[in-house]
Design a protein around this ligand. Structure first.
Ligand code: R5P
Length: 285
C-alpha cells in the first residue's frame, strides 16, 4: 500500500511539501479550462489500492468546482482510503443565518464535500462549530499556530496581539511558543465620532508587535489595528495570518501601514512565509 498526494491547482507547493512530510508520492494531474469556462480535471496516476490524500481549496469559487471534480475522479478507483485536505475552507464566515432567507453557506460546503472522504482536514477554520456540522465523515481542524510562531520567532517580536477577544487563543498559543506576552485589541469609544483601537492591557510604545489573525481579506481589520498601534508608538507592526485572501488592493494598503505581512501556504501568494504541511502531516498520523 502506498500513500499518494493529489494536489489541486490552488496549492501546489503545499501539496509537494505535504507529500515530502508524509514520504508519499506526489501524483500528477491535468487541470484546465474549456473555452466556455467550465473546468476539466484528470488524475494521471492510478489510485488503485492507494491511500489518497487530496489537497484542494474551495476558494475562489472555481476551485470549489475543481475540488468536487477531483473528488469525483477519485471515485473511479478502488482505493484504500481518502483523506480530503481543504487548506482554506471558504464560506466559513457565513456559518449561521444572519438574515431571513439566507443560506448557512458553511453548511452547504460541508454537505457538498463530506460525502467523499474517509477523513476531512482543514486548517484554522474560521468557526470551530463548522467541524461539528460534518456527519458523514470524521473531520478535524489543524492549527497553524506553531508554524506562525516559528516564523515570528525568526523575525523577532515583543508582543503578539489578536484583533479581538474572540481570536485570542491563537495569539496566546503563538505568544507562549515564542515566550512573549499576548493580548487582544479593544475598541474604545472616545466620543460620538471617534473610536480608538488599543491593546487591552499592554503598552506597545517602542515595541515590535505582531497581529495574528486567521484571515486577511480586504485588510481593513489589520490596517485599522496597525495604524492605531503605530499611533501609540509601536516601533514595528508585523501582520501574520493563516489565509491570505488579499482582496482587491489589500496588499498595497497593508504595505503602507505594516512593516511586514506574512501568511501560510494554504493560499499561495507573495506573502507566503510558512508552511502548514508539518501540522497537517502530524494530524494524519
Ligand atoms: C473576522 O472575523 C476574521 O477573523 C478576520 O479578522 C476578517 O475576516 C478579516 O477581514 P478583513 O481583512 O476584510 O478585515
Amino acid at each position: 500500500m502506498v500513500m499518494i498526494v493529489i494536489g489541486g491547482s490552488s496549492s501546489p507547493k503545499l501539496s509537494a511539501a505535504l507529500a515530502s512530510e508524509l514520504q508519499a508520492t506526489l501524483g500528477k494531474t491535468e487541470i484546465k479550462r474549456f473555452p466556455d469556462g467550465e473546468g476539466y480535471v484528470r488524475i494521471l496516476d492510478s489510485l488503485e489500492g492507494e491511500e489518497i490524500v487530496l489537497v484542494s481549496n474551495t476558494y475562489p469559487d472555481e476551485k470549489l468546482v475543481e475540488t468536487l471534480l477531483l473528488c469525483d475522479a477519485t471515485q473511479e478507483f478502488d482505493y484504500e482510503s481518502l483523506v480530503l485536505v481543504i487548506p482554506y475552507f471558504g464560506y466559513a464566515r457565513q456559518d449561521k443565518k444572519f438574515n431571513d432567507g439566507e443560506p448557512i453557506s458553511a453548511r452547504a460546503m460541508v454537505r457538498a464535500l463530506e460525502i467523499y472522504p474517509d477523513k476531512f482536514l482543514t486548517v484554522d477554520i474560521h468557526a470551530n462549530s463548522i467541524i461539528e456540522m460534518f456527519e458523514a465523515t470524521e473531520a478535524s481542524n489543524v492549527s497553524a499556530a506553531e508554524a506562525i510562531a516559528r516564523k515570528l520567532k525568526e523575525i523577532g517580536v515583543d508582543f503578539v496581539l489578536s484583533p479581538d477577544e474572540g481570536r485570542i487563543r491563537t495569539a496566546e498559543k503563538v505568544g507562549k511558543d515564542i515566550r512573549v506576552q499576548s493580548d487582544y485589541l479593544v475598541k474604545k469609544r472616545i466620543d460620538g465620532s471617534t473610536v480608538k483601537i488599543e491593546p487591552k492591557s499592554i503598552d506597545v510604545a517602542g515595541k515590535r508587535v505582531a497581529i495574528v489573525d486567521d484571515i486577511i481579506s480586504t485588510g481593513g481589520t489589520i490596517v485599522n489595528a496597525s495604524t492605531e498601534l503605530k499611533r501609540v508608538g509601536a516601533s514595528a507592526v508585523i501582520a501574520a495570518c493563516t489565509h491570505g485572501l488579499f482582496a482587491g488592493n489589500a496588499l498595497d494598503r497593508l504595505s503602507a501601514c505594516c512593516d511586514q505581512v506574512i501568511s501560510s501556504d494554504t493560499l499561495e501568494n507573495p506573502t507566503t512565509a510558512y508552511s502548514v504541511a508539518p501540522a497537517i502531516a502530524r494530524a494524519m498520523k
